[in-house]
Design a protein. Sequence first.
Length: 244
Amino acid sequence: MSMLLQVRDLCVAYGKVEAVHQVALSVEEGKIVTVIGPNGAGKTTLLAALMGMLPARGRISYSGEEMMRVEVEQRVSRGLCLVPERRELFAAMSVEDNLELGAFHRYRKRDKTVAADFDQVYQLFPRLRERRRQFAGTLSGGERQMLALGRALMSRPRLLMLDEPSLGLAPLVVRDIFRVIAGLRETGVSILLVEQNARAALQVADYGYVLETGEIVVEGRSADLAADSRVIESYLGLVSGSSG
């Protein structure tokens, strides 16, 4: 497997306060990597920096290319996609229009395969097909998360970054969302999953990192982390809350 994302010595500060300190992580092609940790650990800040939404120091290499000076829009066009914790849908637009916006940069390239991707998203999330004419603001929490994932997939990402996809969702919906995430790996999409629901994240991921107060304190294969006494004591069983 080739390395899709390599991060080295990444530091992100808000003023004089360093929220992320010398983080190093990697994501291989076709793998799911998770970052777990408590509230305020810097998980959301890490994703925002990787997407280019926050200034950072260090090195971010994506598909062998240095990304630190690459603008957000260019990162999106190269296959990086972030689904933020708040989903950030257009509430007064229909489900279908939200999905179409996900493929905006592909339309600009006159990509003729966009229509087929609508069908693929609707196969993944049949409820979105049923709701395709509804305003996004009328959807349930679970449906909004499905729409946020579907919109991201319309961009044809190589690396999909998910920020707390289970946040605020009922357990049955969480199970469905994680089933879809696991299935995406089979399509070749690489995933960087930030989660506070450590149990669900480690079950679906290949490799994991534990982030505490802005630093990676433990890393390893997900099965090993799930059996690690420190991880069990600190995180397993923690299933809800806001992101860090």
